[in-house]
Design a protein around this ligand. Sequence first.
Ligand SMILES: Nc1ncnc2c1ncn2[C@@H]1O[C@H](COP(=O)(O)OP(=O)(O)OP(=O)(O)O)[C@@H](O)[C@H]1O
Length: 234
Amino acid sequence: MTCLIAKNLTYSYSRESNPVLEEVSVSLRPGTLTALVGPNGAGKSTLLNLLQGHNKPDKGKITIDGNELVNNRAQVALMPQRGKLNWNFPITIEGLVSLGRVNHSKLSCCELEAALQRVGISHLAKRRLDSLSGGQQQRALLAKTLMSPAKILLLDEPCSALDPPAREDFLLIIRQLADAGLSLFVSSHDWGSSLNAYDKVVALDKTVLANGSPLEVQQKLDSIDCMRGNYCCG
Ligand SMILES: Nc1ncnc2c1ncn2[C@@H]1O[C@H](COP(=O)(O)OP(=O)(O)OP(=O)(O)O)[C@@H](O)[C@H]1O
């Protein structure tokens, strides 16, 4: 069991600026696929960076199984937003995925193969990253994330550049990972019907607007102006 609990997180990028997150609480449990939705600038990436330990909250606490996150960062892995990466970097898929191995400890080809298989791209191992489709690239990035020992995966807008079929395929893969016991927290701009693929949904806009089952959150969002009917993809 690896449970992450964040309580009352408040964060500003500088002392002079207003907080971009205020009193945000979330809990991530094993075997659970949780969506993080909210409009542009809602603070989704900022929250994922706090949960990964990349930045520290000004206030609030993050624990994993009751222990401070700072001593347990290896339990959490972040798959960054697509736009943060150079997709033209000259590297093969197996080269990219093996970079996900933390501490550069000895890597067996079975581990690499297992990660590629979990996301269904074993046949692309020798291909160059820049020769793949957007959906295949996102799978490769997920395989790289799976090379870490983390049980909690934070995925920042993994479906943003994917067409509906590729998005559906990606959702199936992350559902299988959750069913295998991992905890996944997945940010998205899409708070339409695709939320039904998730076990839980957290809607964020600086604070938590709603938190619960997809149905509960959708009903609540319908009464909130900035979210109502404002569905988009990715
Ligand atoms: N490095 C930074 N320095 C200062 N302000 C930042 C920084 N990164 C983000 N912000 C601000 O924090 C707020 C939240 O940004 P964040 O990227 O977390 O939102 P988001 O919900 O992920 O947005 P999007 O959906 O557009 O990716 C925004 O107002 C943004 O301008």
